[in-house]
Design a binder for this molecule. Structure first.
Ligand code: FE2
Ligand code: ZN
Length: 377
């Protein structure tokens, strides 16, 4: 934002700023003082705070205030400390409802119509061009999934992609896992049956943030990929039955995975929202749902809500169906974009995917770092 000019005054312990465009913003004294960026308050090199909150006086008020330079608000506090704030910074950090709402990052909900405008990119092109990488990451962030083409068709390539987009998370399955039909499978994923859409590993704490699935072989008839925007389904539930949405948002269920060496358990709600009521996560996995440890009088209504949500996920218009070709890698926000597959016939051809997990924050960091220097048109 360009520097603005402003005038400022104090009122009831708060500071009232009026920007040149007429917008007015109120800031509390303590909030402003804790956002002082002077060299005594913040390290000049890394921006980290140099004081503890308890180092500030319990009561703080404005001794003098000046916006004489019009683009810089200067405050001398009751303890004599001088702070200054640029008008552009204040404008970017307004705390009114409209400004706070405008700053929220809202997901772009999708349904099967996204097939006409897939968030797709060529992997070699992303490696060569940070601007293309950023463009793909921006769409991934909005939609909760993206497709990469021309990833080398070599075993292990998926982990290299994971380590470029973030850091591969090693689990009891190893650094990566193979999804193919095997005898005596430990997981239904390693059979040829169809899999209803789900999020992976809700029995982990935290659940994987991002899942990558890379296709090495796709010779078997069937085995098409299904994706559903769990946030779109959750919003539909919120509209059609707010009480059901509330049950799935507030009553946690138990998830579990166990084999000879492993016993993983997590307890979480199917739907999570943040403090602003925006959807934060959807965890849905019928195979690893353990049991509902909730009061008996809640259980019946919760099951009706659970069933209703599962029914929504089966709606044709919500299901994006496409076929991964060798070299394709689908990248999914695991706690939003639910994935599944149609059944395949392992007697008529081979189907082999490799997958890995990475954390969301590392991928988000990659996008933010790229956006410092590469601006989208
Ligand atoms: Fe899965
Ligand atoms: Zn300071």
């Amino acid at each position: 934002m360009n520097p603005l000019s402003m005038t400022a005054s104090t009122a009831d312990g708060s500071i009232l700023v009026t920007f040149e465009d007429g917008q007015r913003a109120t800031f509390s004294s303590y909030w402003l003082r804790d956002n002082c960026h002077c060299a005594r308050c913040r390290h000049a090199g890394n921006g980290q705070k140099l004081y503890q909150i308890t180092d500030l006086p319990a009561a703080l008020s404005v001794r003098t205030l000046s916006a004489a330079k019009a683009t810089l608000l200067e405050v001398v506090w009751s303890d004599g400390h001088l702070s200054s704030y640029a008008a552009g910074w204040l404008a970017d950090h307004q705390l009114g409802a409209t400004a706070r709402h405008a700053r929220q990052v809202k997901p772009v909900l999708w349904d099967q119509g996204i097939a006409a405008d897939m968030p797709v990119a060529s992997w070699p092109a992303l490696l060569a061009d940070p601007a293309q990488e950023l463009a793909w990451l921006e769409r991934y962030t909005e939609l909760g999934f993206g497709l990469l083409k021309q990833v080398p068709i070599t075993p292990g390539a998926v982990a290299e992609v994971g380590d470029r987009l973030g850091f591969v998370r090693i689990t009891n399955y190893g650094r990566l896992f193979d999804v193919q039909s095997v005898p005596n499978p430990t997981n239904l994923a390693y059979t040829a049956v169809g899999l209803a859409v789900h999020s992976d590993n809700p029995y982990r704490n935290p659940s994987p943030g991002v899942q990558l699935l890379h296709c090495l072989e796709a010779g078997a008839p069937g085995g098409d990929t299904l994706l559903v925007d769990g946030f779109a389904a959750a919003e539909l539930l919120r509209q059609q039955d707010p009480a059901a949405f509330e049950l799935l948002r507030t009553v946690p269920m138990n998830f579990r995975y166990s084999d000879a060496q492993t016993d993983l358990r997590a307890r979480q709600t199917l739907i999570s929202t943040d403090a602003d009521d925006l959807l934060k996560a959807v965890h849905f996995n019928n195979r690893s749902a353990d049991w509902l440890d909730a009061p008996a009088e809640v259980a019946e209504a919760w099951y009706q809500a659970y069933r209703q949500f599962a029914q929504l996920l089966l709606r044709d218009e919500l299901q994006l169906v496409f076929r991964l070709a060798p070299g394709d890698c689908v990248v999914m926000q695991n706690d939003r974009t639910l994935h599944g597959r149609t059944a395949f016939d392992p007697n008529l051809g081979r189907r082999h995917l490799q997958g890995c997990y990475i954390d969301r924050d590392a991928m988000e960091s990659r996008r933010l770092v790229l956006s410092r220097t590469h601006h989208l048109a």
